[in-house]
Design a protein around this ligand. Structure first.
Ligand SMILES: *Cc1c(COP(=O)(O)O)cnc(C)c1O
Length: 477
């Protein structure tokens, strides 16, 4: 591709992106593609001869786009979102053009120094105290894995990386029954093992770990010869927003000298609004906190912030060259690859810098407040509908509901059928979960370009399809 062609196709790609975002409302959120359908359209080997860009681009539009789930669709209410503000997309074009590998300070000084700055902007924006520094990771899963590795090394007096885990006391990590599966995987990958992940029962409105049960479990484990290493607390769990009492958990972590990691992957973005910070009151005592600006703040996927109170322990766990510890940070040089499991790093700070400047914290707060208010309103409207039960009240902008099948024994089946009928309809996209063993349908508002009218349409679609399925069509109007 010569310079002229590069220019033509860069412009075509940018124009395509704008038109794509502009027409999302007209597309079904989720494609009706069947497994294998897209693969069948793609050549089974790479071409020997170069092909013209026109052909490649046409095939992209014909074969690929119809098989995409439109994550930026304003009526994507499934999972948690990955809401990419247009300005962060623009920043990613620039990052993609420079294509720098930012593993060390010297492999791109600006990337490292901007990363330090924007992490501190976010620390202040979230109301975290001075003592926290951090690093941008690809995902919350990676941040949580790093935190678990620190727990392991710290508890084993830094012997795990060197000597392995055999012959060591059995480590124990504590969490609630509401945590994300990334915690399980961190426990597997770190060699600690699922059997040593202690799930403390939850209670109360926010499904919080019961502090007394947590402390009793730690004490019983110590008495039995286990080595408690750390606690993973949840703020805004993925299923229905399960949230621990961070102050209570931190007090226990302090008493037992355990490392405390807080997973606020989704809910962390809301902490730019002071009125929501009660959900993580006490967080200043955590050792490590993860939140994903790529979920709800508008940063192009991927972008996960891992805050730590003591970067030394992270670097001591993950640095390849221990002598680096002597100088790390002190001469103004930080090599962020020493803070993460992967060596290579993308330049992820640029999109945050563009995003935070183009919208301002006030703009982003307004977005989050709208999402929370619209979700609360939708939950209240649905609660007033015959046959609809709100299963979990809104935690920020996430709630869950279920529709009565008429026959109680068929409720799970009916709600699974309902969610799939809603998704086949294409106007909105929802996902299901299980609450106390029973199927519930999740709703979450968080798209960057969602409007109140989009959330209103969710009400229409849910009530229309639920009514049709139980033969109650007329009563919804
Ligand atoms: C989404 C989510 C994760 C995993 O995030 P990744 O960045 O995809 O690894 C972890 N914890 C919670 C609470 C989440 O919502």
């Amino acid at each position: 591709m010569d310079t002229e062609e590069f220019q033509i196709w860069s412009r075509r790609a940018a124009d395509w992106g704008v038109a794509y975002r502009d027409t999302l409302r007209e597309r079904p959120v989720r494609p009706s593609t069947r497994p294998g359908e897209i693969a069948a359209r793609i050549a089974s080997s790479a071409p020997e001869q170069a092909e013209p860009m026109e052909t490649i681009f046409a095939d992209f539009e014909r074969d690929i786009v119809p098989g995409m789930t439109h994550w930026q669709h304003p009526r994507f209410f499934a999972y948690f979102p990955a809401n990419a503000a247009p300005v962060s997309v623009v920043a990613e074009y620039l990052v993609s053009a420079m294509a720098a590998q930012c593993m060390l300070w010297q492999t791109s000084p600006a990337a490292t120094e901007l990363e330090i700055r924007v992490i501190d902007w976010l620390r202040q924006a979230l109301g975290l105290p001075d003592g926290f520094s951090g690093v941008i990771q690809d995902s919350a899963s990676s941040a949580t894995l790093s935190a678990v590795l620190v727990m392991r090394e710290r508890a084993l007096d830094w012997a795990g990386n060197r000597a392995g885990l055999s012959g060591q006391p059995r480590l124990r990590i504590y969490c609630s029954d509401q945590v994300h599966t990334s915690i399980d995987r961190a426990i597997w990958v770190s060699g600690i093992g699922e059997e040593n992940l202690v799930r403390v029962p939850t209670g109360g409105r926010w499904r919080s770990m019961q502090p007394a049960a947590l402390e009793a479990a730690i004490e019983a484990d110590r008495a039995a010869g286990f080595l408690p290493a750390g606690i993973i607390a949840s703020v805004g769990g993925t299923s229905v927003g399960g949230t621990d009492d961070i102050a209570a958990v931190a007090a226990i972590a302090g008493r037992h000298d355990l490392y405390l990691h807080v997973d606020a992957a989704w809910a962390g973005s809301a902490m730019i609004c002071p009125e929501f910070r009660h959900f993580w009151a006490g967080v200043e005592a955590a050792d490590s906190v993860v939140f994903n600006p790529h979920k709800w703040l508008g940063a192009q996927f991927d972008c996960s912030i891992h805050f730590v109170r003591d970067p030394e322990s992270l670097v001591r766990t993950l640095a390849i060259k221990p002598e680096y510890l002597k100088t790390h940070g002190k001469d103004g040089v930080v090599n962020f690859s020493e803070w993460t499991v992967p060596l290579g790093r993308r330049f992820r700070a640029l999109k945050l810098w563009f995003l935070l400047r183009a919208h301002g914290l006030e703009g982003l707060r307004a977005m989050i407040r709208d999402h929370v208010r619209w979700s609360e309103n939708l939950a209240a409207r649905l609660a007033g509908q015959p046959g609809i039960e709100i299963v979990t009240e809104p935690m920020l902008s996430l709630f869950s509901f279920r529709h009565q099948a008429g026959d109680e024994t068929r409720n799970d089946e009916h709600n699974l059928a309902l969610v799939s009928a809603i998704n086949d309809d294409g106007r909105i996209y929802l996902t299901q979960t299980r609450v106390d063993g029973r199927v519930a349908i999740r709703f979450h508002a968080g798209q960057f370009e969602a409007t109140e009218a989009d959330v209103d349409m969710a009400f229409d679609v849910i009530t229309e399809i639920a009514g049709r399925m139980t033969g109650q069509g007329g009563q919804w109007n």
